[in-house]
Design a protein around this ligand. Structure first.
Ligand code: HEM
Length: 122
């Protein structure tokens, strides 16, 4: 039989949390990545709104955007490094058994290419 005190002690030991670096980095990439479009949009609105105030308009948004973008790139690279072995294994298997990209990948790529062709340089 487990006494109430023992039960509490058991709960405390099972609740003890082990820091998981991989999880921290993966979630860092996710949350920095989610904050990027928000700060980018803030920058865009502050700079281009009709009542924006001079060359330093929205500077806070620019700083926030770059301060979020830089760790996003660093965390992203770190994430890729930590998954290096799995990534290498996958790349080697693709070299050994080359295959055409899937139809879905080609369709998504064509969409991006189409949007770029219709927008850049206009
Ligand atoms: C999901 C990723 C990202 C999105 C959606 C995004 C979005 C934007 C938007 C909407 C603007 C404003 C453009 C304008 O109106 O002038 C902007 C500007 C900018 N972004 Fe990003 N961005 C992203 C990633 C990054 C990253 C990773 C960096 C580098 C750390 C970065 C650096 C900048 C810089 C330097 C500017 C120009 C700031 C200025 O002079 O106004 N962005 N971004």
């Amino acid at each position: 039989m487990v006494l109430p005190n023992q039960e509490e002690a058991l709960l405390n030991t099972t609740r003890k949390h082990q820091w998981n670096r991989r999880r921290f980095i993966s979630l860092g990439v996710l949350f920095f990545g989610l904050a990027l479009p928000i700060t980018g949009l803030g920058d865009h609105v502050a700079r281009h709104s009709p009542d924006s105030s001079g060359p330093h308009a929205g500077i806070g948004w620019v700083i926030a955007h770059v301060a979020i973008g830089t760790p996003f790139v660093v965390f992203g690279a770190w994430h890729a490094l930590l998954k290096g072995r799995a990534l290498l294994k996958y790349l080697r298997s693709r070299v050994r058994r080359p295959a055409l990209p899937s139809l879905e990948a080609l369709a998504a790529l064509a969409l991006v290419g189409g949007v770029l062709a219709l927008t850049v340089g206009r």
